[in-house]
Design a protein. Sequence first.
Length: 400
Amino acid sequence: MNSVKPLRTAYFDCYSGISGDMILGALIDLGVEEKEIGKALKKIDLKGYKFQAKNVQRNGISGTQIKIVDKLKQNYSHPHRSFSDIKKLIEESDLSSTVKKNSIKIFEKIAKVEARIHNTTIGKVHFHEVGGVDSIVDIVGSVWAIESLEFDKIYSSALNVGEGFVDCAHGRLPVPAPATLKLLKGIPVYSSGVKKELTTPTGAAIISFYAEKFQSMPPMTILKDGYGAGDRIVSSLPNFLRIILGEMEGKGFEKIMMIETNIDDMNPEIYDSVMESLFKSHAIDVYFSPILMKKNRPATKISVLSESSNREALSKILLTETSSFGVRFHEVDRIILDREVLKLKTSFGDIKIKIGRMDGNTVQVSPEFEDCKNAARKNKLPVKNVYETVLALARKKWLT
């Protein structure tokens, strides 16, 4: 068997928060050519600005700082663009479809939270700071750079948000700013006591869009690192975003959460409802195991596999919909095959087949049972006969 291709992985170390210019600076420091980002940005009909990247040192660490000179903003004629204005600018550019789509989705995330804050609709939201040339350059430039690096996985640490107050177009606001706070819903954050805004709306929107998980650094082989400087000097720490490029074990390897509880005093009729609730809340898998507890009492162990981000929601279901007084959880590793569902034409009709691949080679095929059951009813045949016939056809087509 061929060796498994390692996963190209980026880890965003946000010990000093995150902003759009810090992301762009760290990606350039990581190796993305400043000139190439500049060429990409020129595909947007956006004039009156100058894009610069310069090397800076803080606490003995060297990194890249982004400066965007907005001539319109300097002349106090900077327009307050709406989400529709920005969307049109991006859609009418010659950027790739992926960069267009992801950039628009990030701006849409910001527009939605701004609409909720101001009790209006996305169509009526007018960006102030986020509608400026610098924010458009930060977001579109960061998306282009991230896509050009072709990461397989993106992870992030918890975000240092800072504290205190920040002055903006709406006046003085608490840190995190209201828009930032809404964008960070469901994301682990903290403050190290720095009386500054360390995480901005653009930074929160970009990392919440791209990061698969917010956790400690995953096990990986480190290849490179890049530092993006914030625009403020912070005496208590070097104000950089650090992006670490590495390689993780090949496709299929990932960490997930196992959540469990033991039940010995619940009406068995309730288990079906509990399982249904767990799957509705995005459990990966749920299963029940017969066990013996103290005093040899027969009991049932409920095991739930989930993404780490769903641990709290699924634990709450176990604590409220069963008779359990507590749950336990731990991280587990799993390896899964790359999966694809294809249709197979048969004499019974089209049947969906789940294909499992490793290193590009098909190693498993599995007919969709519901399709086989429906075909069996339609053709008035035993399900067993239909399933075995379809499985043989699938094996012949994809495994030989």
